[in-house]
Design a binder for this molecule. Structure first.
Ligand code: PLP
Length: 240
């Protein structure tokens, strides 16, 4: 029988082996459990098994789940990450409800998030999404434009720039996966060299977390390997 607790244990063992293989300490890589399309009970089960950081792709679905989970767990028990596209008309919700946003790729969105972050909350943690494989229609900022965006975002008062996130196209084998992740790692190192104090390189999912860890990920975002297969279409709420 597979359970969320059992799946979590297996993912952690994969992470430990990957860290070991890359001569990295297992404490260097955080696991973000991607709970999109799964209900609040799945989040509660994972939390009961020790998982505290959760990622959501769809703002409306995430906000509803945050409220439902908060009925039985203190809000501060869970760190909620928005990892999907953020449209202008959703920035107020995201700024008020999430702890992190990993998918910022435009200054305009960052400015709105900073302006709309409620004063009683700590600054919103932000990663810039970088488009490492250069597809013209993909989300994410091209690596060449990162330094300017990072500088502008770092100056916003109610955001805290933590690092980079990327979602490369699926690649067929370990070495080609690692080569794509290495591009994000190079961009991350470049921002460090420019004086940004970053601590988060978010990359790697259920299929390719080993390659991401080998390339230097500090956070992997894992959905199916923790919660099981998703329904083919997102379970979108009518308002989403
Ligand atoms: C869905 C998703 C994940 C998790 O993907 P799995 O293949 O289920 O592990 C990670 N990151 C983002 C941005 C996602 O949308």
């Amino acid at each position: 029988m597979t359970t969320i607790a059992g799946n979590l244990q297996q993912v952690k063992e994969r992470l430990w082996r990957a860290c070991d293989g890359a001569s990295r300490g297992s404490a260097e890589v955080t696991l973000l459990a991607v709970s999109k399309t799964f209900g609040p009970d799945a989040v509660r089960q994972a939390h009961a098994a020790g998982q505290t950081a959760f990622g959501e792709n769809y703002v409306q679905e995430g906000v509803e789940k945050i409220a439902l989970v908060a009925e039985s767990l203190p809000r501060a028990a869970i760190e909620w990450h928005c990892i999907g596209p953020v449209q202008s008309n959703k920035t107020r919700l995201v700024a008020a409800q999430f702890d992190w946003v990993q998918s910022v790729d435009r200054l305009k969105i960052a400015q709105r998030l900073s302006e709309q972050r409620p004063p009683e909350l700590p600054p919103l943690n932000v990663c810039l999404q970088v488009n490492v494989d250069g597809g013209p229609n993909k989300a994410g900022v091209p690596p060449a434009e990162l330094p300017a965006l990072a500088e502008a975002v770092a100056a916003l008062p109610r955001l805290r720039l933590r690092g980079l996130m990327c979602i490369p196209e699926p690649a067929p084998d370990f070495e080609s996966q690692r080569a794509l992740f290495a591009l994000a790692r190079a961009a991350y190192d470049d921002l460090h060299a420019r004086g940004h104090a970053l601590d988060t390189l978010s990359m790697g999912m259920s299929e390719d977390l080993e390659a991401a860890v080998a390339a230097g990920a500090t956070m992997v975002r894992v959905g199916r390997a923790v919660f099981g297969a998703r329904a083919p279409k997102p379970v979108a709420s009518p308002a989403a």
